[in-house]
Design a protein around this ligand. Structure first.
Ligand code: BTN
Length: 247
């Protein structure tokens, strides 16, 4: 993955370019990388602030032979790969907040967006987008972001060669993607739970239609979050914003 790569210094969104390339038949593994996005896309239709030059913004085309309902598992594949890549380059172990935020010291360093091109029973392509904060200093973040965002440099005091970070990311992503294709979701689930900060804690999951508070019991085979509320009922959360409300 990522051995064939399109680099543009500035784009609207690497995700959109990868979608267009995938629709035109691009092969699995093609990656798009940029230093700056004018219209970075986040989860749940939100904009993703893409600070110029200090970050890395990349999207890759995958064509896994799995069912469309399994596509969210690839978010977890990517989250595990990102934790390992960051650990490789910094020596510090990050944490995952369900489903896809990579945290250092409780602050977000990386976000992952998984989008799919599919027919009802067949995936044509999955586009995985990853936005990473690498060389920002704390003051490079707006006041509003300073409490919730961080970068590799802000954590360790070191500056990183972004090409080396990108190489680590694609090497780890390839390793975990191949593991997923050959062995299924079980090894991914185990590795994901190893990095997950949220398991065993009380979380509040908010979506457009509901708010559920409960103890995080783990994740399902599809990558959904399991919350046990105070009546003992288990809720399966497919998509939501999650906040840790008690440790
Ligand atoms: C999130 O945390 O909400 C997900 C953010 C994903 C951002 C990445 S940056 C590269 C790719 N291109 C985009 O427009 N979005 C993703």
């Amino acid at each position: 993955l990522g051995s064939e790569l399109i680099y543009e210094p500035e784009v609207s969104s690497t995700q959109d370019i990868a979608h267009t390339k995938a629709q035109a038949g691009a092969k699995e593994g093609l990656a798009v990388v940029s230093d700056r996005q004018i219209k970075g896309k986040g989860r749940l239709g939100r904009p993703f602030y893409s600070e110029p030059e200090h970050g890395i913004y990349t999207s890759v085309i995958l064509r896994p032979d799995v069912m469309p309902y399994q596509a969210p598992q690839l978010t977890l594949v990517t989250a595990v790969a990102m934790c390992e890549a960051f650990q490789d380059v910094t020596g510090v172990t990050p944490e995952i907040k369900w489903p896809n935020d990579i945290l250092f010291s409780g602050r977000k360093t990386c976000g992952i967006l998984t989008e799919m091109q599919s027919e009802p029973d067949r995936i044509q392509a999955v586009i995985i987008g990853v936005g990473m904060n690498i060389n920002q200093q704390p003051q490079d973040f707006s006041e509003e972001l300073q409490n919730i965002a961080t970068s590799l440099r802000a954590e360790t005091g070191e500056t990183y060669n972004r090409a080396e970070v990108l190489a680590a990311v694609y090497s780890r992503l390839e390793h975990w993607y191949v593991t997923y294709i050959h062995e299924g979701f079980a090894p991914i689930k185990a590795a994901w739970e190893h990095y997950a900060v949220s398991i065993g804690r009380e979380l509040t999951a908010r979506s457009a239609t509901s708010t559920i508070t409960g103890k995080a019991e783990g994740i399902t085979e599809e990558g959904m979050l399991l919350l046990r509320d105070e009546t003992g009922t288990i809720h399966k959360i497919y998509s939501a914003d999650v906040e840790i409300t008690r440790s």
